[in-house]
Write a protein that binds this ligand. Structure first.
Ligand SMILES: Nc1ncnc2c1ncn2[C@@H]1O[C@H](COP(=O)(O)OP(=O)(O)OP(=O)(O)O)[C@@H](O)[C@H]1O
Ligand SMILES: [Mg+2]
Length: 600
């Protein structure tokens, strides 16, 4: 993906300007932010009085002439006042920045989530979701830190740096000059190190994402892991991935360690050299001991500021990268935005569906055409079936109909209108799907059924559960429909889940019903129950049924046989069975001669 590009260290004006766009999320909190900045400015400026006062005190103690006429007690009083002021200002500054960072990062999280769920299906097919989630979480955390303290600290250090240097240049210009000679060395060093560390940090983040993906995937498919006794294999895979994390982390750490070493050596080296020079100046009477003390204190403060700047600079650059990725997501056009903006409301939908020469390949596998030219014509109220071997493209047809993907060629029409011209939400509201693999949300049965119609009354839910032949088993649970179904619905059996999905579809009351092998995982008894439920559900609706078991679709109005990307046969069970050596009759022959269903 875009990883290669990301690893290039870059902090150019364009990316910086682009990242500043994130400040749109600060706008609602701008007063807190501005007042916080003012307080920050105040406290940083006032802070610089301390080194000055230390020098003054020494001169006063030695009975020297000083610019302010205060004795030590008065100075003590002044210090208390300054300290109290600092305390109060710092409290409010931290609170204000906390409000800004909490508020804006929550807003960013909400905006990103909203964007994510509105993105086209293909986005999720192209990126691993676990990785995406961990990356987003990390990135938003970085942005949060930036607004919480990194930015503030960065600004503060700069104020201290500039203010301190200016003060020194005014008070002890010669000594300040000596100190400033060491300054560029530190800055250049910090920049080189910062760049390298940033790159390593990014790589570490990515590799950490990979290892989280393993964790995520295997825990979600824990049954598969156990059934195939692949615990050791997965532990190994996760372990290996963690080993590479450690390897990279140590490289990252060594970069940071070197950085710290560099700063400490150079900084203290410079400090001692400057102190030594200052002592000689005191000796020759050029400056007072107080001035030297205040100079040294200032230098230490400035040095700490420079060291801090290096750290905060790398963090800020990291945050710029994070911001870019977040903004990239936010800028990706949503499913609705990337459509032609005709937006006809889908009203009076009966369910006349037409596929004309529809061609399609999945964007993630462009070179494998799935549908090469599919023609279908379904009249309102008809029940039709799609049959064909596994991988023939049956589910794909349903995905195209739901507009999860866009055909590459040909047209799909509903009521004679190109489906791309409809307003997407109102279009989809006429569909309900009972998918091949029912995955429920982790809440209660009731919540899952309500997903079909969030404002349904209790009576409607009961009715839907009854019609779906689910009422009996739901009532048999001690907690009824308030039973928690477990993550992804694992506490229910396959057939139970399917009936919940059917109840959900009944509640939705759609014009068009899509059943993707809704009876595939059932024994004869529950299949009968589900089939009954489905028959009730299909009454008076256009229904498209995918089934491998041909026995379940004998009654439909028309059967389409999909093969090699085309509809190769169509007709009723009788007419198709009558074609000798036809695609359908050979499928049927295979199935009705073997008891076992073919091609599962
Ligand atoms: N999300 C996807 N990305 C890329 N290729 C896909 C995707 N989903 C399906 N395919 C491919 O498209 C082809 C058709 O898949 P589809 O799911 O429509 O088959 P199907 O007829 O429903 O099969 P089954 O009866 O096994 O459910 C298959 O070759 C499959 O590998
Ligand atoms: Mg399928």
């Amino acid at each position: 993906m875009e990883n290669k590009e990301e690893q290039k260290p870059r902090l150019n004006m364009a990316s910086l300007r682009d990242s500043l766009g994130i400040f749109e999320f600060v706008r609602p909190y701008r007063w807190s932010f501005i007042i916080g900045l003012v307080l920050l400015f105040l406290s940083s400026t006032v802070f610089m009085i301390f080194p000055y006062i230390v020098g003054i005190m020494l001169d006063v103690a030695q009975g020297k002439e000083v610019p302010v006429q205060l004795d030590l007690w008065q100075i003590a009083l002044l210090l208390v006042v300054v300290l109290a002021f600092q305390g109060v200002v710092s409290y409010f500054r931290v609170m204000l920045f906390a409000r800004v960072s909490e508020g804006s990062s929550a807003d960013i999280r909400k905006a990103v989530y909203q964007k994510l769920i509105s993105l086209p299906v293909v986005f999720f097919e192209k990126s691993r979701v676990g990785e995406l989630v961990s990356r987003m979480t990390n990135d938003i955390e970085k942005i949060y830190n930036t607004f919480y303290f990194v930015l503030a600290e960065f600004i503060r250090q700069i104020i201290i740096l500039i203010g301190g240097v200016a003060f020194l240049a005014w008070q002890t210009p010669k000594l300040a000059g000596v100190m400033l000679l060491t300054f560029p060395v530190i800055v250049v060093g910090a920049m080189i190190f910062g760049r390298r560390i940033r790159k390593l940090s990014k790589e570490r983040q990515e590799i950490l994402g990979d290892s989280n993906t393993i964790l995520d995937e295997t825990l979600q498919s824990i049954y598969a892991v156990k059934a195939f006794t692949n615990e050791a294999f997965e532990a190994n895979r996760y372990g290996g991935s963690n080993d590479s994390v450690i390897k990279l982390s140590m490289k990252y750490a060594s970069g940071r360690a070197l950085f710290a070493t560099f700063i400490i050596t150079v900084l203290f080296g410079a400090l001692f050299f400057v102190i030594w020079t200052g002592m000689r100046m005191v000796q020759s009477g050029e400056i007072t001991a107080g001035q030297l003390i205040s100079f040294v204190t200032f230098t230490a403060v400035i040095g700490a500021a420079i060291a801090g700047l290096g750290n905060f600079y790398t963090e800020l650059v990291g945050a710029v990268g994070a911001t870019e990725r977040v903004r990239e997501i936010l800028k990706t056009p949503s499913e609705v935005e990337e459509r032609s903006q005709v937006n006809r409301p889908a009203v009076d939908i009966q369910g006349n569906i037409e596929f004309e020469n529809v061609q399609f390949a999945y964007p993630t596998r462009n070179d494998v055409p799935v549908l090469k030219g599919v023609d279908l014509s379904i009249r309102a109220g008809q029940k039709v079936a799609l049959v064909g071997q596994s991988g023939a493209g049956k589910s794909t047809i349903m995905q195209l109909l739901l507009q999860f993907h866009r055909p590459e060629g040909g047209t799909i029409r509903l009521e004679g209108i190109d489906i791309q011209d409809f307003d997407l939400y109102s279009y989809r509201s006429h569909f309900a799907i009972v998918p091949q693999e029912v995955i429920l949300f982790g809440g209660t049965i009731k919540e899952n059924v309500l997903y079909g119609k969030p404002d349904a009354s209790e009576a409607e839910i009961t009715e839907a559960l009854r019609k779906a032949n689910a009422f009996d088993f739901v009532s048999a649970f001690p907690e009824g429909w308030d039973t928690i179904v477990g993550e992804r619905g694992i506490k229910l059996s396959g057939g139970q889940r399917q009936r919940i999905a059917i109840a959900r579809a009944i509640l939705r009351d759609p014009a068009i019903l899509l059943l993707d092998e809704a009876t595939s995982s059932l024994d004869a008894e529950s299949e009968k129950l589900v089939q009954e439920a489905l028959n009730r559900l299909m009454e008076g609706r256009t229904s498209i049924i995918i089934a491998h078991r041909l026995a379940t679709i004998r009654e439909v109005d028309c059967i389409y046989v999909l093969e090699g990307g085309y509809i190769v046969e169509q007709g009723t069970h009788e007419t198709l069975s009558a074609i000798p050596d036809g695609a359908y009759s050979s499928l049927a022959k295979l199935q009705f001669s073997n008891a076992a269903p073919a091609a599962v």
